[in-house]
Design a protein around this ligand. Sequence first.
Ligand SMILES: Cc1cc2nc3c(=O)[nH]c(=O)nc-3n(C[C@H](O)[C@H](O)[C@H](O)COP(=O)(O)OP(=O)(O)OC[C@H]3O[C@@H](n4cnc5c(N)ncnc54)[C@H](O)[C@@H]3O)c2cc1C
Length: 814
Amino acid sequence: MAQSFPDSARAVVIGGGVIGCSVAFHLAKHGWRDVVLLEQGRLTCGTTWHAAGLVGQLRAHQNMTRLVQYSASLYQSLEAETGQATGWKQCGSILVARTPERMTLFRRIHAAARAQGVACEIISIGEAARKYPVMRTEDLLGALWLPDDAKVNPADVTQALAKGARQNGARIFEQTRVTAIQQKDGVATGVSTTRGDVRAEVVINCAGQWAKAVGRLAGVTVPLHSAEHMYIVTGRIDGVHPDLPVLRDPDGYIYVKEEVGGLLMGGFEPVAKPWAMDGIPENFEFGMLPDDWDQFQVLMENALIRLPALETAEIKTFMNGPESFTPDNNFIMGEAPELKNFFVAAGFNSIGIASGGGAGRALAEWIMQGEPTLDLWPVDIRRFARFHDNDRFLKERVSEVLGLHYMMPWPNRELQSARPLRRSPLYDRLDAQHGLFGSKMGFERPNFFAPSKAEARIDYSWGRQNWFPHAAAEHKATREAVTITDLTSFVKFFVQGRDAEGLLQRLCANDVAVPVGSTVYTGLLNARGTYESDLTVARLAADRFLLVTGTAQATRDADWIRRNIGAANATLTDITSAYAVIAVMGPRARDLLALLTRAPLDNAAFPFGAIREIGIAHATVLASRRTYVGELGWELYVPTEYAGAVYDALMETGAELGARNAGYYAVESLRLEKGFRAWGRELTPDYNPYEAGLSFAVKFDKGDFIGRDALVAARAKPPTRRLLSFVATSPDTPIAHGGELILRDGAPAGEITSAAYGHTVGGIVALGFVTTGGARADDAWLAARFEIDIAGERVPVRASLKAPYDPAGSRMKG
Ligand SMILES: Cc1cc2nc3c(=O)[nH]c(=O)nc-3n(C[C@H](O)[C@H](O)[C@H](O)COP(=O)(O)OP(=O)(O)OC[C@H]3O[C@@H](n4cnc5c(N)ncnc54)[C@H](O)[C@@H]3O)c2cc1C
């Protein structure tokens, strides 16, 4: 019997690909009644139907790995639950290395797999050849074996999820296109469709490569762009059988999978081919794009090197289908900051089948609980801003992004497309002094300064990169004299209004009811007592606060604060573009500023933590006595158009004091010596202040705040994980980059979150969480044998709860 089309639902899911079906399945399975899925064509007809079906489990971020691990367990059990097969086959996968650098990466991956609990082995060429007899191996240096990797049939997985969703009460309507998103007062209230309107509490955009257009119907930024993605399928080849593992040869950009006794070979070419610049054509149901052997050539050439049998094999299919890619090669999930109750799960960058089960569950939990239940920051929709939705930006960026899958993930790797975009007023001055810029949130930020234009580049490697001596000199100058750093990309908000103090007291774990002219470092916590953000709050007036937060957190923090304003008389305004930020840091900082201002700068008049308006040369600026590098210093908040004049005065006057520019690489090594934490690495929604060692910034006696109850409970027992500082000072120690496995008495105990070379301590400085099993992290516990695994080499490290450099903080308060 045909189902009648509903005029209301609790949740409307837009899109019947693997993602939409997974979200509907998980909502229904968790007991949500009235889940309706709308598909403009037929299920799987977008990108899902022609996916290769590889399920590779190990990802760069632990929680992304967990999502795929869950997908794997779900796809194995779906047939028993629904009666619909998924084509699940745990065939394992082999990665092969053509270069020594790739082998170093494999050794790093091998250690990371241990930290993340994924089975992984480094195997010999002989063993790889035994597992994959049709592969040519003479040119290879080694291989990696992931026995739990698998392959599935994407269309069958999707049909199984759809069947499971229906069995749990969801309703699915095909041939039904969503044409408008209804909203009222900033809240999504339903959709208009080709079959009528449907009111809904929650609308979920799982429209794949159409998700950008569906987002635009609602005024929501969904930055993705289609690119062509191709593979071929051959006829039968001798020696190819269904149990053959998946093969990846990333130096040749290719992947290979058995398909009906032949081989399916595709890949990620270094320069991709964006598609549908003017929008996706109407009626692209089960659509394919024309064969493009020119674009495919680089993959074919490499495949012929690896698989001689392809020379003579019959090519049965050339599959060219579009997939959507995002500005950073990670997918997009979460509630849109622009529209309440409007959720997005799209832009899966060619891993939508592998991630589908886990992403569907994670989004369903986010919808049901109002916030993500684990740290999903790498894929959180709030890591983007409006400019990411620009079509030209997206087109240029995805040309570069598709190839990232198999390109070497070098430490400090920077994307090059669509740059330079956001520029501080100091950009041209710093560029003229041979600054090498990195890009964050579209902002150009100086990473280091080279002695000549020719040396302002990064030569990527796993060891010491070419900029090491330049950053070392900047580091040293900050510890011994004074440096100037352009921190303009810091995000700045004004929070103003009669209830501003009350609002911030509720949001912050620290006490921000401080006198005018004071600053406070604080975490913003969720109800679980874990971090949503960390930032500095400066009180400028009884009813006006300046909040300063990290470059990447603009959308996320504004969203978190705004959604908690409720009925309070308070507003948030992003004033990032109104102020440049110039940091003046080092033991001579006071001497330098004293030459340019009449304002008193001594500890009595201008103590650590104070913020004052002062004159600098001909300009009036806000000077905040705080530091992220652990030295005496001030951050100057300078109205944008005065920034050049202030910078010139500081550099000219500072010359005699040894002042020089410093970039973000120096800031990184300086902050790690001081044990300062960074959002997204040490501070995430997975950790609370006790685990992160920041209980000093939690004030219970100030009254209630978000996360208080959870922290009261957490305080009662020792944390099961602790953030520790690590130092290794042996002269032949290799360079650590973050992501390394931590071992305690020989057993895996955690992962390094940040690492650098500390030029003052003379060795590696790093931070990382270690599981304690509830033991107190006292001296005896810390005295255990700690090591970190750097590409297979176990490096002994000293562990401590305290900062390796100036733990008492006397230098910054001096
Ligand atoms: C050649 C190729 C090989 C791949 N291989 C793999 C692989 O091996 N492993 C892997 O994990 N991933 C792979 N992928 C990626 C994977 O296919 C995608 O990430 C995944 O299918 C995306 O699923 P989705 O549900 O987001 O999008 P889609 O499958 O495109 O689903 C979105 C649906 O939304 C519908 N829709 C759009 N607009 C509307 C509207 N207004 N109203 C109603 N419905 C609408 C569309 O019709 C479509 O059916 C591959 C992709 C390609 C192109």
